[in-house]
Design a protein around this ligand. Sequence first.
Ligand SMILES: C[S@@+](CC[C@H](N)C(=O)[O-])C[C@H]1O[C@@H](n2cnc3c(N)ncnc32)[C@H](O)[C@@H]1O
Length: 316
Amino acid sequence: MNKSITLPQWLDNIIYNECDAIYEPRPEDVMTNPDKDYDFAKLYLGTYFPRSYAEAYCILRMMMDNKNYYQILNELTELSVLDFCCGTGGEIFGLISVLSAKLPNLKSIRIDAFDANPDYVRFLFHISRKYEGNVEVIINPQCYFIQNEQNLQDIINSTNTLYHIILSCKALNEFIQHSVFPNENIYYKIARAFLPCLADEGILLLSDLTHKDKKNGVFYPEVMNNGLNSLLRSDNRYKSLYPYSCFFYEHHCPNCYMQDIFYVSHSRKKMDISKIAYRIIGKSDFVIQMMNGIPSNQKCKANYPQADKNVPYQST
Ligand SMILES: C[S@@+](CC[C@H](N)C(=O)[O-])C[C@H]1O[C@@H](n2cnc3c(N)ncnc32)[C@H](O)[C@@H]1O
């Protein structure tokens, strides 16, 4: 499976030439984003937006290799998406690119996107106005800073549709770092909160960084697997869809360390590397239908030979 892509020229041009985005990896600074200023937003846009684009593009492309899922998506003319903690929206444009490239019947994509950082949201809005493509794209970016249960419920109550894709990418580690919802597993909490907003054929994608949280001494992928497995073990309305191994192991997985690697090239960097952990969940009947024909001898991503807990996000 090819996990390497190039940022489209129109996006490359907007972010680096119009928005003056800067490529400069800052692994320490990028851990916390809600209060970052405009200058850092340009750095986020130039460095992390392309990685997020590649991650979403490649993961969705892998999902669409599933013939059952492709058939369902290809019958839809309109798609609705919700992005929780969207940042500058790299993953949104990755999704739009892969969906519009592979689904000839698709006419429009509607996206509700939420994030705490106003400059990140502004960049997302600006880029969405410049979108060049054959599908109508309606993005509704909103600034929300989640600090308590009520804030989270406000977002959920503000939605008035069921979504085909709900995603939250590389953000939930920030809730752990800053003890938003202390004593709760954030992946469990966010999945449980948003799963009722899924359409019958919808998917929830959660991704996150793969290093260890300094304060709590935990690896984010292990916390993610712990939270999601316990949710799925206690609620049989939902099941894991991807990685496929999780469908077969979710009831006896020891909450493993998972990591996958993607590469993105653009005008400022060739083959920039991105390492993340992720999981896709859906309604049980739908997932079982999607798994029809998928062999059960799936390699577990926990045993992925390049996964490295010690160098989870090595970039220069
Ligand atoms: C590392 S960025 C990821 C952005 C985007 N999803 C991506 O993959 O490129 C994490 C995002 O989560 C947002 N975030 C973190 N804590 C938040 C909170 N408590 N409420 C709302 N947004 C938050 C930050 O503002 C930031 O944009």
